[in-house]
Ligand binder design. Sequence first.
Ligand code: MN3
Length: 199
Amino acid sequence: MSFTLPDLPYAYDALQPYMSKETLEYHHDKHHLAYVTNGNNLLKGTEWEGKSLEDIVKGSFGKNAGLFNNAGQHYNHLHFWNWMKPNGGGAIPGELEKAIIDGCGSVAKMKEDFIQAGVTQFGSGWCWLAVQNGKVIVSKSANGESPLVHGATPILGCDVWEHSYYIDYRNRRPDYVKAFIENMVNWDYVAQMYAAATK
Ligand code: MN3
């Protein structure tokens, strides 16, 4: 299958004041599109042509860096747009909340660890909530990597590449990750991914 760029699930100005229209225009229309275009070019003629996106990401990791970087970032961004919503944040669906408390100690501790992971990811990368051996964990990864290639299933990720926040927050990455976890997350989508990862 080839990669395609989906429309954003909301208007470009829908995440203001936490993420601007300009950021989403560049991030979705230019950065994500580049991963799609480059990924399709690099996929051609490889053993992964015709495989699912997850299989391409996992299969190319450590074997075909160019393809992995673009396919990995396509996977991450497909979910990233859905991990956010207008008027996000707020109550976490019950079963997921229980799993977060069980895995991370409390919702407050999960948020603290998530922000810390995002802030301490040196250079480009992502911070995550993932399911590993049935437990919710916080992690971080470099560049286009995700928990998928580190033995876990991602259920929430925040893009901490500078292109995700520099227009709105300049160098203040901690403020961006805090705004993300407090005010932008679509917890219903996270709960869906949690349910799929644990069934
Ligand atoms: Mn990005």
